[in-house]
Design a protein around this ligand. Structure first.
Ligand SMILES: [Zn+2]
Length: 246
C-alpha cells in the first residue's frame, strides 16, 4: 500500500481533465481546511493541490489522479459506458425526503461528469505498462456498487491477461447500500488480500509529487526484466490511498 505523505511540495505543472474537487469554479483563492492558509488557485494547482504551508493534500478527481500518475497521453480508458442498473428499485425514505436510487444515479452523473465512481483502463508509468482502476469520491462517496466492482475486477483480469501490474487508487466510503447484496458481492470479486499477504505488502508513505517515480520504481521491481516478455513472473496490486495526508 502506498500512501501520500507530507513533505515539502515542488512546483510542477498539472492538468486535470475533470472538474476540480473542492474548488468553487471561478474562485481565485482556496482556503486550506487544515491550517486555514489562503492559497492562490494558480499556485495551488501547480503544487498538485497540496497546501504550500502545511502540506495538506486536497482531494483529486479520478482524472486528475490519472494525469498525476501516468505518462502523458498514455491512458486508455475502458468500460467507460458501463452504468449501474437499479435491480432492487431502491427507494429510501426519511422524515423529510424520498430518494429514488435511479434518479440519484442520474443526478450524480450530471453533477460529477462520470458514469460511475471508478475510472479504469491501462497506461504506462515511465514507459512501464500497467492496468489501473481509480476511484472518485465525488460519485456517491466512492461507494462500491455492481459496476465499480465489475470495473475493478476487469482491470485486475486485464493485468493478469497482459502480464501487467495493476494499480488501484482507492477512495471509497464502502459498499453502496442502494444495491444491497449486489454491492456486497463485489467485495469477494475485488479483494485479492490473501495473495497480497502471501507476497508481501508494500507500504511507503509518499508525497504526491513523487508518486509517479515511486510507482515506476515498484513496477521495475515487480515487472519481468523485459517488459515485453510474454511469460509473467508476478502480477501485483498496489493500492494508493487518496485524499489528505494527515
Ligand atoms: Zn495548509
Amino acid at each position: 500500500m502506498v500512501k501520500e505523505a507530507a513533505i515539502p511540495p515542488a512546483g510542477q505543472s498539472f492538468s486535470g481533465k475533470d472538474a476540480k474537487p473542492g474548488t468553487p469554479s471561478g474562485n481565485l483563492v482556496v482556503k486550506c481546511p487544515k491550517c486555514r492558509e489562503i492559497l492562490l488557485v494558480r499556485e495551488w494547482e501547480k503544487n498538485l493541490k497540496v497546501c504550500s504551508r502545511c502540506n495538506f493534500h486536497f482531494k483529486l478527481s479520478a482524472y486528475e489522479r490519472i494525469d498525476l500518475l501516468v505518462d502523458p497521453g498514455s491512458f486508455v480508458e475502458t468500460d467507460q459506458d458501463m452504468v449501474s442498473v437499479d435491480p432492487l428499485k431502491f427507494v429510501s425514505r426519511t422524515k423529510d425526503d424520498v430518494q429514488v436510487y435511479a434518479k440519484k444515479l442520474d443526478d450524480e452523473r450530471q453533477k460529477v461528469g462520470l458514469n460511475e465512481a471508478v475510472v479504469s483502463g491501462y497506461a504506462t508509468v515511465e514507459t512501464l505498462p500497467l492496468a489501473l482502476a481509480v476511484m472518485d469520491f465525488r460519485f456517491i462517496g466512492g461507494s462500491m456498487g455492481s459496476v465499480v466492482g465489475e470495473k475493478i475486477t476487469r482491470a485486475i483480469e486485464l493485468g493478469i491477461e497482459k502480464s501487467m501490474a495493476v494499480l488501484i487508487c482507492s477512495a471509497s466510503g464502502g459498499a453502496r447500500m442502494q444495491e444491497g447484496l449486489y454491492s456486497l458481492m463485489q467485495m469477494a470479486k475485488a479483494v485479492t488480500s490473501e495473495f497480497v499477504l502471501q507476497h508481501g505488502m508494500i507500504d511507503p508513505i509518499v508525497h504526491r509529487r513523487d508518486l509517479r517515480q515511486t510507482l515506476a520504481r515498484l513496477l521495475r521491481l515487480y515487472t519481468p526484466a523485459a517488459v515485453h516478455q510474454t511469460e509473467p513472473l508476478i502480477t501485483t496490486a498496489v493500492k494508493v490511498e487518496l485524499d489528505s495526508a494527515d
